[in-house]
Design a protein around this ligand. Structure first.
Ligand code: UD1
Length: 425
C-alpha cells in the first residue's frame, strides 16, 4: 500500500497542464458502443478508471487499445455486442452504469450490475430507469442487476427530469440518439461534459439540439458512424490547481483549461483575495495573502461544482474568517472533514451545512482519503500544514488525478509516494 507524504509550507509556482476530463471520457468510451467500427479518443487521462472502462468494453466484445502516455484510446466495436456488465467491474467503478443507454440502443438489451451507493452518498438511478421506460424499454431489477430490454426500436418521448442529473441525462441521451422519432429531455444537465458527449454524438451523425441548455431535443437517426474526438479538459482538476495556488499563496498558470467552465469557482477565489487572469489556453492564479473565507453552495452546472467542495473546505480551513459551505448534491460528502480535523481544521457539520472557522495553521498528520475529491482536499491541506502529512487511500486520488506527484513537484511542492510499510520500519 502506498502513502502520499507531503511536507507542507512550499509556495506553488509555475505552469501545469491539464488533460481530458475523467467524467467525460468514460461516457465517450461508452458512446463509442453506438457505432460499429473504430472510434479514437484523445486527451484521455492516464487513470485507472479508463482501464476499468476499457476492460468492460473488451468483455462486451470490443477491441480496446489504451495508450496511457500518448493519452489515447481506440475502441473497435463489432457488429454484435454482448450486453452484460458484471458486478466485479461495476463495483470498482460506478460510472460503468453509463453503458446502459448505448447497450439498450445497440442490442435491444442491457444487463448492468447495480452499483449501489459509495463514499459520497446513496446515488439513485430512478431517473435513468424512468427515462428508459418512457422510451419504451422494460426495466426490472433482478438479482442485483438492472435488466433493460425492448422488443423493437426505442421510441422518442418527452422526458422531464426531477433534477438535472448528469448521469440520467447521459443515459437517456445515448438511448435516444437512435430511437424512432423525437425525444425531448427537459431540465437536462448542462455540464461541459454533457456538451462534450453531445458534440461527439453529433459528429457521429446524431441530431441533437440544445447542448448546454436545459432542453435537449434529439431526433433519432438509423445509424451512427465512428469518429475521432478530443476529450474536453478536466475543469475539476484545473479548479483543484487553482485552489492549490490560492492556498499556498502561489502563482500557478493552468494550461489546456477553459476558465469559462469554472466561472463559479474562480469567482470565489477572487472573493478569497486571489488575482485570476485569462491566458492563452488557460488561466493564471496569483495569491499574495492568506485567503479570506468564502461561503460556497454546491449546485448543478453552472453553479458551484460539488466536486470542488472538499477543496474549498480545505481553503476555508486556513482562511481568515469563517465560511458556511452548503452541499446540495451528495449527502455523505462531508465525511472527509473528520480527516481534515486530524490536521487541526475547525469544521462543524449539520446536515448539508458545514461551518468552517479558519485557522492560521494546520499541522501535518496521517489521514485517509475516502474518495477522489476528499483526497484532493486533503492533499491541498497537506501542502500548507506544518510538518508531514501522510495520506492513505492514494488509490482514490489516482482515480481522478493522473501524474499528481510529478506535477506537484514541478511546481515546487515537497511530496513523494512511499510504501506504507516503510513508515513503520
Ligand atoms: C456525476 C459525476 C460526479 C459529479 C456529479 C455532479 C461522473 C462519473 N460523475 O455523477 O463526479 O459530482 O455528476 O456533478 O460523471 N440522482 C438520483 N436519481 C437518479 C440520478 C441521480 O437521485 O436517477 C441523484 C444522485 O444521488 C445525486 C444527484 O442526483 O444526489 C446528482 O447526481 P448526478 O448528477 O446524476 O451525478 P452522477 O452522474 O452520479
Amino acid at each position: 500500500m502506498e502513502v502520499l507524504s507531503i511536507t507542507g509550507g512550499q509556495r506553488l509556482f509555475g505552469t501545469v497542464r491539464v488533460t481530458g476530463a475523467k467524467n467525460s471520457v468514460l461516457k465517450l468510451m461508452a458512446a463509442a458502443l453506438l457505432a460499429q467500427g473504430t472510434t479514437t479518443l484523445t486527451e484521455v487521462p492516464d487513470i485507472l478508471d479508463v482501464e476499468i472502462m476499457a476492460e468492460l468494453l473488451r468483455r462486451l466484445g470490443c477491441e480496446v487499445d489504451h495508450d496511457g502516455p500518448a493519452r489515447r484510446v481506440s475502441i473497435t466495436v463489432p457488429e454484435i455486442l454482448a450486453h452484460r456488465a458484471d458486478y466485479d467491474l461495476v463495483r470498482r467503478m460506478r460510472a460503468s452504469i453509463c453503458v446502459l443507454g448505448p447497450l439498450l440502443a445497440r442490442c435491444g438489451a442491457a444487463d448492468v450490475a447495480l452499483p449501489g451507493g459509495d463514499n459520497i452518498g446513496s446515488r439513485g438511478l430512478d431517473m435513468h430507469i424512468a427515462g428508459l421506460k418512457k422510451l419504451g424499454a422494460e426495466v426490472t431489477n433482478q438479482h442485483g442487476y438492472l435488466i433493460a430490454s425492448t422488443q423493437q426500436r426505442l421510441t422518442g418521448a418527452s422526458i422531464w427530469l426531477d433534477f438535472p442529473s448528469v448521469g440520467a441525462t447521459e443515459t437517456i441521451l445515448m438511448a435516444a440518439v437512435t430511437a424512432n422519432g423525437v425525444t425531448v429531455i427537459d431540465n437536462a444537465a448542462r455540464e461541459p461534459e454533457i456538451v462534450d458527449i453531445c458534440q461527439m454524438l453529433i459528429n457521429m451523425g446524431a441530431s441533437i439540439d440544445g447542448a448546454g441548455t436545459s432542453t435537449l431535443t434529439i431526433e433519432g437517426v438509423e445509424q451512427l458512424e465512428p469518429v475521432a474526438h478530443c476529450t474536453v479538459s478536466d475543469r475539476i482538476v484545473a479548479g483543484t490547481w487553482a485552489v492549490a495556488a490560492a492556498m499556498t499563496q502561489g502563482d500557478v498558470t493552468v494550461l489546456n483549461a477553459n476558465p469559462a467552465h469554472l466561472e463559479a469557482a474562480l469567482d470565489k477565489l477572487v472573493s478569497a483575495g486571489a488575482q485570476v487572469s485569462h491566458v492563452a489556453g488557460g488561466f493564471r492564479v496569483i495569491m499574495d495573502n492568506r485567503p479570506l473565507a468564502v461561503d460556497v453552495v454546491t449546485l448543478p452546472y453552472p453553479g458551484f461544482p460539488t466536486d470542488l467542495q472538499p477543496q474549498f473546505i480545505a481553503l476555508n480551513a486556513i482562511a481568515s474568517g469563517a465560511a458556511l459551505v452548503t452541499e446540495n448534491l451528495f449527502e455523505a460528502r462531508f465525511r472527509f472533514v473528520q480527516e481534515l480535523a486530524r490536521l487541526g481544521a475547525d469544521v462543524r457539520t449539520d446536515g448539508h451545512h458545514a461551518l468552517v472557522r479558519g485557522r492560521s495553521h494546520l499541522s501535518g498528520a496521517p489521514v485517509e482519503a475516502t474518495d477522489i475529491r476528499a483526497g484532493a482536499g486533503l492533499v491541498l491541506a497537506g501542502l500548507v500544514a506544518d510538518g508531514i502529512t501522510s495520506i492513505y487511500g492514494v488509490s482514490h486520488i489516482d482515480r481522478g488525478y493522473a501524474d499528481l506527484v510529478p506535477a506537484l513537484r514541478e511546481l515546487g511542492a515537497q511530496v513523494e509516494r512511499i510504501e506504507a510499510e516503510s513508515l513503520f520500519t
